[in-house]
Each structure stands twice: as structure tokens, then as C-alpha cells.
Design a binder for this molecule. Structure first.
Ligand code: CA
Length: 228
């Protein structure tokens, strides 16, 4: 059974989510506050997925996401955004979330997102061999790590998959749709904006100057290119 943290203070929404997750074969771990979430994760260190609400009684979901991410770059994290403001989504992704679902959501939509994320993590665990070296970067596809000038850069699973896609296609312009399909899957029904936000986050990590990127360059009106 795949354990999944469900952090939501509104009990009606939480039970609705929990029932649907159980039906889909997951083992939900429930929490109503940020503090409770950290406690439950400590008790269940084999939890690989998390659904985080943003508005909570103690600390906000963004902070929970940030703290989980600091300890575990491989956790699959979906944020529940109550408001439809773009800022919420962008902030969530910038703090390290992999995806977001806007309330009100249908169980089918939520489960589809969780299944897609879970599949990606599963693929991620299948071991690969070798490394791709493009100075100053070295991508180790066996232990899924990235180094720049010999210094390890911590990547989320999504960022890793994007980096691998770039490094396997040096100099080739990749459309945002191509990136979305490869990284999030063809059945993903989110927005292309998620690609841009992840690229922005990746640039902050790998570029010498993220406002003037030299490795991941923008191909206007199309997508991005690994600029070698
Ligand atoms: Ca709430």
C-alpha cells in the first residue's frame, strides 16, 4: 500500500479525500495541522506522497512544503489551492510542490493527479545506469543526482526529469508541450504554466545568473533549449 499524507484541517474535505484515496488503493495518513503532519511523517518514514492544504490553523501549507522538501527532495507533493489566484499556484511550485489542484475538485481529478505523480516516482525508482557529462554539469542517472563543477545540486524528481530531458537533447529546442508530456504524462490535465514555473525554479538552482540564463535558454513562443 502506498502511504500518502493528507494534510487538511477541514474534516469534511479531508474525509472526502481519504475515502477516495482508499478506494484508489492508497493508505492515507491524516493530519489537521502542520505540526501534526510532521509528527505523522516521523511515525511513517515510508510515506512517499503528500497532499497539502494551504490555509491551516498553525503554519501555512507553503511552509510545510518547504520543510518537507528540505528533508526529502523525492517526496511527491500536491498542493490544494483554495483560491484561483495564479500566485498561489506559483508560490506553491516555487516552494517545491510538484503539482496543485484547485478547490473545488472532483475525486477523479485528484486521483488522476496523484496516480500520475505516483507513477513518475515509481519510474524514478527504476534504476538506470551511467552518467551524462556536459561540463560543468554531470548528471548521474543511477543515483539521480546532478553536480555542477563537482558540487551537488539538490533537485526534486520533476526537476531531475526535466534536466535529463535537456541533457539528452543538447541544442535542440523542446516545446513546452513536449516537456509537459514527457515529465507530467499525456494524461495530465494541468496547464503549460507548470512547465515555466519549474524551469524558473531549475534556473535558480543551476544558472550562474538566473535572470540571464546561459544553460536553459528560452525559445520565444515555443519552449526551451539546453543551450550548448
Ligand atoms: Ca484549510
Amino acid at each position: 500500500m502506498k502511504k500518502i499524507l493528507v494534510l487538511e484541517d477541514e474534516t469534511s474535505i479531508r474525509s472526502f479525500v481519504v475515502i477516495n484515496l482508499k478506494r484508489a488503493g492508497y493508505e492515507p495518513i491524516e493530519a489537521g495541522t502542520g505540526a501534526e503532519a510532521f509528527e505523522r511523517l516521523k511515525e511513517n518514514p515510508d510515506t512517499r506522497l503528500a497532499i497539502l492544504d494551504i490555509m491551516l490553523p498553525d503554519i501555512d501549507g507553503f511552509e510545510v512544503c518547504r520543510r518537507i522538501r528540505a528533508q526529502d527532495p523525492h517526496m511527491g507533493i500536491v498542493m490544494l489551492t483554495a483560491r484561483t489566484q495564479e500566485m498561489d499556484k506559483v508560490t506553491g511550485l516555487m516552494t517545491g510542490a510538484d503539482d496543485y489542484v484547485t478547490k473545488p475538485f472532483s475525486p477523479a481529478e485528484l486521483i488522476a493527479r496523484i496516480d500520475a505523480l505516483s507513477r513518475r516516482l515509481g519510474d524514478a525508482e527504476q534504476q538506470d545506469t551511467g552518467e551524462i557529462i556536459q561540463e560543468p554539469f554531470k548528471l548521474n542517472t543511477r543515483n539521480r543526482t546532478l553536480e555542477k563543477n563537482g558540487v551537488r545540486i539538490k533537485l526534486t524528481q520533476v526537476e531531475y526529469v526535466i534536466m535529463k530531458m535537456f541533457m539528452e537533447n543538447p541544442g535542440k529546442a523542446l516545446s513546452r508541450e513536449d516537456i509537459l508530456n514527457t515529465v507530467w504524462g499525456r494524461d495530465y490535465f494541468g496547464e503549460l504554466k507548470i512547465v515555466d514555473v519549474n524551469i524558473r525554479r531549475l534556473r535558480i538552482k543551476i544558472e550562474d545568473d538566473s535572470t540571464n540564463p546561459s544553460y536553459i535558454t528560452t525559445v520565444w513562443g515555443y519552449g526551451y533549449k539546453w543551450g550548448f
